[in-house]
Design a protein around this ligand. Structure first.
Ligand code: C5P
Length: 397
């Protein structure tokens, strides 16, 4: 995975800096081209020369010195990077990164890059567990940065506890596993809708459905990890927004329509996994409806069909994927929707099964394409399915 990739290895001022030499060496053996950036603190622990010898590349130690191999501006490394690893990452450095500071080459590079970022924190246990440090880490995790959890053991300060930098082999393995280094969706702008909608009856009641949002959130997360810029328009859901994804929360189908229309022009891939209510209550009661002995009649009117509207105004180069949840005549209904809504692909799932469809962790789907092909996928987790769907969407591009 790391073969022929440009890896920026940031080294900050902690005693574990000596272990970073082995990280550099392992990365190089894995076929990566390694470019080391050292903070001033790091240079107190280890010399740039060591890294230069190990990597075969010049080592960046300052923003202000003569740049030997990059005759371009200071963000050259940020652009070159396929992945950035900061190991060790001190509490101070994490705090600076979380503040968005750019007062040295490493912080500047982090701020300017689009590459996946990995931090291996290493520090005293109390510093690590301090809520300030934890808050800073959380802030960066929410942006999609990866943190490699520190190991527990003997620390340089003489204590035992959590805060040791994991072994270089573990760090390299973690990066390989987590950096879907095939950033094959870089440059794509993906709009995903997820979860059901709530259509109000009165101030306290609504008509809803059993959609959890799991499928749409898994697609948004997978696309983001593969390098896409993702906007997720979601109806009410208990799920947490995937890191790095722009989440727009809505309640009703009408609100979802507006959010989708506001964001569809930029998107080149639109995946509509939301279970949008087909009808809404015509007259929403301003006050809570009181019960009496009579029947209650609610008049429902049609909601806008968002997907159909998108299909009608689909621009060249835009791919439109819909979902069809059915309890009968699955293929027939799905094919009909594919055509009527002008879709490129439709994901048909039989929601009468216990292990597929609404509010399950697994899904069993058939994919239908415009050329009439039907692709039957085996039962799999919604996360795995998300990647399988994206693989096929990219093939249509
Ligand atoms: O026609 P049906 O509701 O079964 O089609 C399902 C597909 O259409 C899903 O992709 C869903 O997100 C979308 N849809 C929509 N707006 C509606 C109803 C469904 O975008 N009002």
């Amino acid at each position: 995975m790391l073969k022929d990739k440009n890896v920026i290895l940031g080294v900050t001022g902690g005693i574990a800096a000596y272990k970073s030499v082995e990280i550099a060496s392992r990365l190089r053996k894995a076929g990566a081209s390694v470019h080391v950036i050292m903070t001033a603190g790091a240079q107190n622990f280890i010399t740039p020369l060591t890294f230069r010898e190990i990597t075969g590349n010049p080592v960046t130690t300052t923003m202000w010195g003569e740049i030997t191999n990059y005759n371009v501006e200071h963000i050259a490394l940020a652009q070159l990077a396929d992945v950035i690893i900061v190991a060790p990452a001190t509490a101070n450095f994490i705090a600076k990164a979380a503040m968005g500071m750019a007062d040295d080459m490493l912080t500047t590079t982090l701020l300017a890059t689009k590459a996946p970022i990995f931090f291996a924190p290493a520090m005293n246990t109390n510093m690590y567990e301090n809520s300030l440090t934890q808050g800073n880490i959380q802030k960066l995790v929410d942006l999609g940065w990866h943190f490699i959890p520190p190991a527990t053991g003997h620390l340089a300060c003489g204590t035992e506890g959590k805060g040791r930098m994991p072994e270089p082999a573990e760090i390299v393995a973690f990066v390989e596993e987590n950096s879907a280094m095939s950033l094959d969706m870089t440059g794509h702008k993906v709009l995903v809708t997820a979860a059901g909608t709530y259509e109000p009856i009165d101030p306290v009641r609504y008509i809803g459905n059993r959609s959890s949002g799991k499928m749409g959130y898994a697609i948004a997360e997978a696309a983001q990890k593969r390098g896409a810029e993702v906007v997720l328009v979601s109806g009410p859901s208990a799920l947490k927004a995937p890191a790095g994804v722009k989440l727009i929360k809505v309640e009703t189908a009408a609100q979802m329509r507006d959010a989708v229309m506001d964001n569809c022009q930029q998107a080149d891939i639109i995946i509509k996994a939301a279970a949008v209510a087909d009808y809404r209550v015509q007259e929403v009661s301003e006050h809570k409806i009181k019960k009496n002995d009579q029947e209650l009649v609610l008049v429902l009117e049609k909601n806008p069909d968002i997907l159909k509207e998108l299909g009608a105004k689909k621009r060249a180069g835009q791919l439109l994927v819909g979902f069809a949840a059915e309890t009968q005549n699955l293929l027939e209904y799905a094919k009909d929707k594919l055509e009527k809504k002008n879709l490129d692909m439709i994901v048909a799932n039989d929601v009468s099964r216990k292990d597929a469809g609404f509010n399950t962790d697994t899904n069993l789907v058939k994919l239908l394409y415009r050329n009439g092909t039907v692709d039957e996928l085996p039962l799999m987790s919604k996360h795995l399915l998300a990647d399988e769907l994206l693989n096929r969407v990219l093939r249509l591009k």
